[in-house]
Design a protein around this ligand. Structure first.
Ligand code: FES
Length: 97
């Protein structure tokens, strides 16, 4: 299962491989920040507390947009991080502002 924590809404849903975290949030009406969907605005930034191994490796856009320290702390861009394998993932939307 994937646990998605938006600003007010929190849901635990079935993961769909190939979907991004943002896709999952939008599909289930979780209030997730986003604008560009291309890895530049960072409004979809989120922190993965559990299950990073079930997500795709950081994309070039994420490597450009996020500091190495952020990546180490489990920050990803929701529009870029895709579900690679089914398993437990817990992720919270944490935009900069
Ligand atoms: S929606 Fe803009 S970086 Fe993800």
């Amino acid at each position: 299962m994937i646990s998605l924590k938006g600003r007010r809404v929190q849901k635990t849903v079935e993961p769909v491989t190939g979907f991004s975290i943002l896709d999952m949030a939008l599909k289930h009406d979780v209030d997730w920040g986003f604008s560009c969907t291309r890895g530049t605005c960072c409004r979809c930034r989120c922190q993965v507390a559990e299950g990073m191994e079930h997500l795709s490796a950081p994309s070039d856009a994420e490597l450009d947009a996020l500091e190495p320290e952020e990546l180490e702390e489990g920050f990803r861009l929701g529009c870029q991080a895709k579900i690679k394998t089914v398993g437990s993932v817990t992720v919270t939307n944490k935009p900069y502002f």
